[in-house]
Design a protein around this ligand. Sequence first.
Ligand code: UDP
Length: 269
Amino acid sequence: MTTTSIAPTRTSPAPRVALFGIEINALTMRQAVERIYEWVRTPGVGCRYVVTPNIDHVVVLQQHAGLRAAYASASLVLPDGFPVVWASRLVGRPLPELVPGSDLVPAIFDAAAAHAGLRVFLLGAAPGVADEAAERIGQRWPGVQVVGTYSPPLGFEHDAAENMRIIGRINATEADLLILGLGAPKQELWIAQHAHELEVSGALCVGATIDFLAGEKSRAPAWMRRCRLEWLHRLASEPRRLAGRYARDAWVFPQLVWRQWRQQEDPNC
Ligand code: UDP
């Protein structure tokens, strides 16, 4: 069963697939990029935002009402983990392809020249990293202007005055898009809470993408990505932070797939 929901855009809503209690947009990378440029071309509608579910988000949001709500308010929900795409095929509601945040941002930047340029603000990553990313973006994508960067201090999300300062700073730059690299679920909860105060056309919750753009963290080599082993590369890079998370996800996610499959076979179970 494929369901549709209305996103605040002047074009038709992007088709959605209901899976694991969330609705994921069935779009290719190219279509997602076009949707985001439609937002940029129609400013003043409010800040629409993108979330990119991977296995970990799917597992966490089963028990996290705030993250579920943030997902429900997102204008685009794009699959950022092959197991999510694979599960969609298994249950007969296929998503066309993987649209990871860390590939989506460069794809948006690639299209900037053809869209008369793009103004972006980078929020997140350790101090100095977004500035390094800004420099590299300027060299690689002349059509993209990084109009502001900020690395918020730890715990900023609980500080109302700091949040007001951040929002004022972003709005003052007249950026088209906000790239949020605060990690999950912080970035999703933050944008769900503050989107209505932001004057950007769109925001993208894309985790470590600012680190990748800065060269601070390395993406997995192409062959690992082709073999769907990017998770292994990330685990090897940050074993202390990720081992427990991946072990929990490896235990819980198959159960969610099984439950989803059973529901499809017998909607009463
Ligand atoms: N980060 C941040 N502020 C925070 C927490 C995290 O800027 O309060 C940044 C961190 O520096 C890194 C990114 O968020 O650049 C983490 O992204 P990743 O996708 O690895 O996080 P995950 O969602 O996997 O936890």
